[in-house]
Every structure is written in structure tokens, then in C-alpha cells.
Design a protein around this ligand. Structure first.
Ligand code: GLN
Length: 473
């Protein structure tokens, strides 16, 4: 008997072609797991009711020779991706019951390739958080150990893969929201170059930082899903035309390690030890590791927590009780805004709107926002210079292992520390990926963070695969 959920996308595709099992068999295997585990794990907020029709379309693609590697592959969306006729809430009460009226760019791609979209996965409210605890629809539990958070904000997408509730999933990443939960749940998660994947129809958090990306059990599965969704989209003004995505020709097999950055305060000892072991494994695979100095990178987190809330305060202005979702009863137009936003936005979202509005206010705009934007350019330039010499920069994905529920929720700064190593890739717009790198003594997953220059996704996947192999040996 074949364990249907243990197969990679390529293996599954082969079996489909050989007629060893049907798409319905595969989908049912995943749906059975969801039925069994989701009550407790809460990775999915909803399983869609039109799966049978989707399967029919995929079967037709096999029958008429238009199938792709993604045809018939069960996938979940993060709850901030629009899928016509389906509910979408961004993990927020303010959008409770909102039904999408058009397809996100990535959903269009998945549909045209015949993927089976099983449902939508839980997330921190409006993608703000690092633990999926800020979702208005309950926490998601880490399938590896249910006493621990799955990370966030794409915690539902990561947990869905880790619990065998989907073969691959999509997440979104503004400061680490794909890579950090991937690391916490022991799966692979990748954030593409800014502009490589369409943001059209994704509920925006911070538009200059947001990117959609793939999650899965292997680097190759993640690569296949990335290949299926990365394309120029004229509906997204920041989407980069394919011909401008210039790739370097060859892997030099040189990787930079930012030693000073790794000595930052608050980095867990087990994380450092695991990272040192990862470095040795890459050296065994024939990579040369060199010390690099990135004196400005330590300002990334500060820049992020200025630029991001500023963009959040603008983007979330549209949730006014009139245009979308919920509306609180009120006597005046002002009260419609105030009461709706007060009642239906959670605490973290309100904190960031307040912070962002303050940052953008007259008198503070220059001192905070403009300064952050300038430092952002300097960080980008610093990274670009280093990428002249190295293929990639590696660090741990998160400064600490998965934590327990409630441990960091009351202390925003401690929660924000989750993003230390992941945020620079969003600040600079470069691609980055987390690959499982082993476990703590307690058996909690850890991840290696690999970052490459703009458009060098191929190099990222190549290094990721070498690392996966090294880990097996
Ligand atoms: N943890 C980060 C934050 O809270 C990242 C969020 C994200 O990438 N969407 O902002």
C-alpha cells in the first residue's frame, strides 16, 4: 500500500499518470487527516465545498493532455487570498463573512494549473504577529508538539503541511511570516523576490514588503509550487516583467556568515549550536563559508517596525464599516468608523494602526518615516555589495525555538524579536527560505535561513537541496 500523504509532488504526478490512484483517492486521504486532526490543531478555518468540481477539472486536464505538475495536488491558501465566491477573513472579525468577488493572481495561476484548493488556513489577524495567537478565530497548535505555537503569521499554512493536511500551501511574508512558521513546524518555507509573485487580490498588510510564497515538506516541492505561481501580472503594478528578472549564471559555492549579527543579544544557545552544525554540513557539501560584515543589518528590525506600521495604517483605512465586512451600529458617520474599528479590530492591529498613524503625522514624518526609508536604502546597498562576493547569506531562521502559548503575547517587543533574521530579506526585497535543520533536545524544530540576491531563486533552491541532502547523511 502506498502512503498517499508521504509522496512528493513529482512522485504523485507519476502515480497519477500511471493510474495507480485517482485524484479523489489522494484528496480523500488529506481530507481524512483534516477531519481527524483539525479540531485540535485548527490549521484550517474552512474546508471548501467545491472540491469535487475542482477534481473534475483536474481530471479533464489529465485526459486532454494539459496537465502540469500541480494538477490534482491538494493545496491550502492562507486566509488573506481572494478566491471568487469563497469566504476570506484575514483572521479578523472585521471581515467576518466577507465573500471574495474576484480571484487573487496566485489563485488564478493555481486554477489554471488544476491544483485542488482544499480550504483556507488560519493566520494572525491581518498578518500581524509571530504565533497565530492574534487570529480572531482561535489559535493554531504546532503539530510537532501541540503545547507550542506553530509560529506566524502563516501558522495555519505551516501546520497544514506539518500535520499532513495538504501537500503544499501558500503563505504570505511581510517580515518572516512564511519562514518563521516553516521553521517552527519543521517544514520548508520560501519568500520570493519582491515583485516576482503577484500581490493582486491579497489582503494587503504593508505593500512594499508583502510577498506570497510556497510552503511544503521538501525544497523541490516548494520550488515546483513557486514555478507555478511566479509570473508577471499586469493587475499588480509592482509585479516585475519576466524579462527583467536577470539570473546569475553560476553557483560559486561561497556562502557568507554574518558573525557580528549572530552575536546579537537574546539568541538561544541551542539555536547557535544547531547553526554551527549546519555550517559544517554545508562545508562537507563543498561550500566555502566566509565571514562577512554587515554593520547596518542590525537596524533592519527598527526600520521594519517604522515602515510596516506606516503602511498598515494606510492599508487598513479601508476597513471603515462601510465598504467591507462588519459594521457596528452607530448614530453618526464618525461613530460608524470609530465603533466598527474599535469593536472588530484586535489589539495588535489597533496598536499598529496607532503607531503608523503617529509615524506618518505632521512633524514626525521626517523624523521617523523618512529616516527609516533612507536607512532601508543603505541596508539594501550593503547587502547588494556582499552579494557580489557570495551566493548566499545564512543565519538561523529564528533566534529562539518554538515557544509556548501565552509566553510572548503580552510582551510585543519579545514577540517582534522573532523577526530579527527574517526581516532583512523583506527590507531589501530579496528571496529567502527556511529549511529544517534539526531539532532541540526537547524535539522542537529549528531552521536554517538562506538568503540570496534579487532574482536568484534558482541558487536559493540549489543550496536548499544540497543542505537537505547533507542533513540526511
Ligand atoms: N512577525 C512579523 C510581524 O508581526 C511578520 C509578519 C508578516 O510577515 N506578515 O509583523
Amino acid at each position: 500500500m502506498i502512503d498517499l500523504k508521504a509522496l512528493t509532488i513529482e512522485k504523485t504526478h507519476e502515480h497519477f499518470k500511471n493510474g495507480d490512484f485517482t485524484i479523489t483517492d489522494l484528496v480523500n486521504a488529506y481530507l481524512d487527516v483534516i477531519k481527524e486532526k483539525n479540531k485540535d490543531i485548527n490549521a484550517y478555518l474552512e474546508v471548501y465545498t467545491d472540491i469535487k468540481e475542482q477534481i473534475k477539472n483536474a481530471e479533464e486536464m489529465f485526459a486532454n493532455g494539459t496537465s502540469t505538475l500541480m494538477t490534482g495536488i491538494p493545496i491550502a491558501l492562507k486566509d488573506n487570498m481572494l478566491f471568487t465566491g469563497h469566504t476570506v477573513s484575514a483572521g479578523s472579525k472585521i471581515l467576518d463573512g466577507y465573500v471574495a468577488t474576484y480571484d487573487a493572481g496566485v489563485v488564478k495561476q493555481l486554477k489554471s494549473k488544476g491544483a485542488i484548493i482544499l480550504g483556507r488556513a488560519n493566520m494572525d489577524e491581518f498578518a500581524m504577529g509571530s504565533s497565530t495567537e492574534t487570529s480572531a478565530y482561535g489559535v493554531t497548535r504546532n503539530p510537532v508538539n501541540r503545547d507550542y505555537v506553530p509560529g506566524g503569521t502563516s501558522g495555519g499554512s505551516a501546520a497544514a503541511v506539518a500535520m499532513d493536511g495538504a501537500l503544499v500551501t501558500l503563505g504570505s511574508d511581510t517580515g518572516g511570516s512564511i519562514r518563521q512558521p516553516a521553521s517552527f513546524c519543521g517544514v520548508v518555507g520560501m519568500k520570493p523576490t519582491y515583485g516576482n509573485v503577484s500581490r493582486f487580490g491579497i489582503i494587503a498588510m504593508a505593500s512594499s514588503l508583502d510577498q506570497v510564497g510556497p510552503m511544503g515538506k521538501t525544497v523541490r516541492d516548494v520550488e515546483i509550487l513557486y514555478n507555478a505561481i511566479n509570473d508577471h501580472d499586469t493587475d499588480d503594478s509592482t509585479s516585475i516583467p519576466n524579462e527583467l528578472r536577470i539570473k546569475k549564471d553560476k553557483l560559486k559555492k561561497v556562502i557568507g556568515v554574518p558573525k557580528d549579527f549572530l552575536l546579537s543579544d537574546g539568541i538561544n544557545k541551542e539555536v547557535i549550536k544547531n547553526f554551527e552544525e549546519s555550517c559544517k554540513k554545508l562545508e562537507k557539501e563543498g561550500y566555502t563559508l566566509v565571514d562577512i560584515s554587515l554593520p547596518l543589518i542590525k537596524y533592519s528590525l527598527a526600520v521594519y517596525y517604522i515602515v510596516m506600521p506606516a503602511e498598515v495604517s494606510s492599508n487598513l483605512a479601508r476597513f471603515d464599516g462601510i465598504r467591507y465586512g462588519q459594521s457596528a451600529p452607530a448614530d453618526s458617520i464618525y461613530d460608524v468608523y470609530a465603533k466598527t474599528r474599535g469593536a472588530f479590530f484586535g489589539k495588535e492591529v489597533r496598536r499598529r494602526i496607532l503607531l503608523g498613524t503617529y509615524i506618518l503625522s505632521h512633524g514626525y514624518y521626517d523624523a521617523y518615516y523618512n529616516k527609516a526609508v533612507n536607512v532601508r536604502e543603505l541596508i539594501k546597498a550593503e547587502l547588494a555589495q556582499v552579494f557580489e562576493k557570495v551566493d548566499a547569506i545564512i543565519t538561523p531562521t529564528v533566534p529562539f525555538p518554538p515557544f509556548k502559548f501565552g509566553e510572548k503575547l503580552k510582551d510585543p517587543i519579545a514577540m517582534y524579536m522573532s523577526d530579527l533574521f527574517t526581516v532583512p530579506a523583506n527590507i531589501a526585497g530579496v528571496p529567502a527560505m527556511s529549511v529544517p535543520s534539526g531539532k532541540t533536545e526537547e524535539g522542537l524544530p529549528l531552521g536554517l535561513h538562506i538568503m540570496t540576491a534579487h532574482f536568484q531563486e534558482d541558487i536559493l533552491f540549489a543550496i536548499g537541496k544540497d543542505f537537505e541532502n547533507a542533513l540526511k547523511n
